[in-house]
Write a protein that binds this ligand. Structure first.
Ligand code: MN
Length: 285
C-alpha cells in the first residue's frame, strides 16, 4: 500500500515549515534537498500522536467520494481516532475534494475541536460525534447529500437493496425526519440534541436517510463507509429506474443481503484500489 509522504516542504522566515502530504509510490515521490531527512519527518503530522499515514484513508476517502459524485462542495467523512475512542478526526470546513492531511482536525465526542488554531469547523459535525458515541462498532461516518438518495428521503417508498453490491441496505434503511422532534428548522444537524436523535434513528443499521437532506452512512473502517456511501447512491438511482419500469420489483431479502455483504467485505479493496488510483494524482498538487 502506498504511504503518505511529504510532498513538499517550504521553509519560510524562521524556518516555519508548511508540509503537504500525498499518497504516492516510487513514481510520485519527490525528493527535496533538505537539511532534515524526509523519513524523519513522517512522525510529525498535523495531529499529535498520529502519523500522517494513519490519515491516508480519510484524505483519500473524501476525495474518492467527491470524484464519484457522491459528495460535492458539501458532505464530510470522519474516522474515530485510532488511539483514543473518545475522539474523532475530520477535516476543517472544506470541500471534500480539497482535503489534505494538514486539514484534518481532532474532536472530542461533544464535537469540540481539541486544537482549533483558528480553523473553521463543519456545522454538522454533531452527526459524527453522536454516531461515534452511540455506536462503539463504528470507526467511520460519512454524511452526504447525494442526489440519488434524496427522493427516498422524502417518499413513502423505502430504499431497499436492489443488487449485491449495496446488499447492506437489505438490513433496512430508517428515515430521520428532523421535524418530528425539532419542528421547523433549517434542516441541519447543528447541535448535539439533533445529532443524538439522528443516531437513535440510525440504530444498529449501516445507513439512515435524512428527510429533505441526505444520508448518514457508517462502517467499521473508512474504506467500508466510503464503499457503502457510494453504493447507497447507486442503489437509490437504480431503484428509481426499476420502479419507473412499472412492473413488480424484486429486492434482495435480508438473508441474501447478509450473505452478499459478507462477500463484499472480502473483495472491496479491489474497488478501493481503483478509486484511490483515480484520486492519488490530485494529491500531488
Ligand atoms: Mn448536510
Amino acid at each position: 500500500m502506498a504511504q503518505l509522504v511529504p510532498a513538499a516542504t517550504r521553509f519560510g522566515a524562521g524556518c516555519g515549515c508548511t508540509r503537504r502530504w500525498f499518497v504516492g509510490g516510487a513514481a510520485t515521490f519527490i525528493a527535496l534537498p533538505c537539511a532534515v531527512p524526509a523519513r524523519a519527518q513522517t512522525s510529525a503530522g498535523p495531529i499529535p500522536g498520529i502519523d500522517p499515514p494513519q490519515l491516508e484513508d480519510l484524505v483519500i476517502g473524501s476525495r474518492i467520494l467527491a470524484e464519484l459524485g457522491v459528495l460535492d462542495a458539501f458532505g464530510h467523512v470522519s474516522m474515530r481516532h485510532p488511539g483514543n475512542p473518545q475522539r474523532f478526526l475530520m477535516s476543517r470546513s472544506l470541500a471534500p475534494a480539497l482535503v489534505t492531511a494538514d486539514d484534518i482536525m481532532e474532536f472530542d465526542l461533544e464535537s469540540n475541536p481539541i486544537d482549533a488554531r483558528g480553523r473553521s469547523v463543519f456545522l454538522e459535525r454533531f452527526i459524527h460525534s453522536e454516531v461515534f458515541r452511540a455506536r462503539p462498532d463504528v470507526m467511520s461516518v460519512v454524511h452526504t447529500h447525494s442526489a440519488g438518495v434524496i427522493p427516498f428521503s422524502v417518499s413513502s417508498v423505502p430504499l431497499r437493496a436492489m443488487y449485491h453490491n449495496p446488499a447492506f441496505l437489505a438490513a433496512g434503511v430508517p428515515v430521520f425526519d428532523i421535524r418530528k422532534d425539532f419542528g421547523t428548522t433549517d434542516m441541519l444537524v447543528r447541535n448535539r440534541e439533533i445529532g443524538r436523535a439522528l443516531a437513535q434513528t440510525l440504530g444498529d443499521k449501516p445507513v439512515a436517510l435524512m428527510r429533505g437532506h441526505g444520508d448518514v452512512v457508517v462502517g467499521p473502517s473508512v474504506r467500508v463507509a466510503v464503499f457503502r456511501a457510494y453504493y447507497t447512491d447507486v442503489d437509490a438511482r437504480l431503484e428509481s429506474q426499476a420502479i419507473a419500469l412499472g412492473g413488480e420489483v424484486v429486492y434482495l431479502t435480508p438473508e441474501e443481503g447478509a450473505k452478499a455483504d459478507a462477500t463484499n467485505l472480502q473483495v472491496m479493496d479491489r474497488a478501493w484500489n481503483l478509486w484511490r488510483a483515480r484520486v492519488a494524482p490530485s494529491l500531488g498538487k
